[in-house]
Write a protein that binds this ligand. Structure first.
Ligand SMILES: [Ca+2]
Length: 126
């Protein structure tokens, strides 16, 4: 190779594209790991329990209307942590109830709500 230090334009575009892809991947991984780290953390656990306790009323279960408020409150907290960057979820409380009511009791207990919260947060894309 003569003049080996000169990289032709095509090669530099290919290299730039590869670097760009790598950077994008690292950014995605960074966000991913942050949310993943968050949902297995104590503060997340406390947040979810706190929302659940305040919304579940005397029977300590989330009926569909309570679930709706709990989802809203959870979203507000998460969105604040993400500095307002989380898109508002469009899924209805009744859909969530259908999907996460593991024992088909018609309401969410704490464990079912925790599962919902983990899934909900893990799919956030910023
Ligand atoms: Ca249930």
């Amino acid at each position: 190779m003569t003049q080996g230090s000169i990289v032709n334009p095509t090669t530099s575009v290919v290299i730039l594209a590869a670097v760009y892809r790598l950077l994008t991947l690292f950014c995605l991984l960074d966000v991913f790991q942050t949310w993943m780290a968050f949902i297995v953390s104590k503060p997340f656990d406390r947040l979810v329990q706190d929302v659940y306790m305040r919304m579940s009323g005397r029977d300590q279960l989330l009926q569909v209307n309570e679930l709706e408020r709990a989802m809203e409150e959870l979203f507000e907290h998460i969105n604040r942590l993400a500095k307002g960057k989380v898109p508002r979820p469009r899924v209805s409380a009744s859909k969530v109830l259908q999907r996460f009511d593991a024992d088909e009791s018609g309401s969410l207990d704490l464990e079912e709500f925790q599962e919902f919260a983990k899934v909900r947060v893990s799919i956030i894309k910023l």
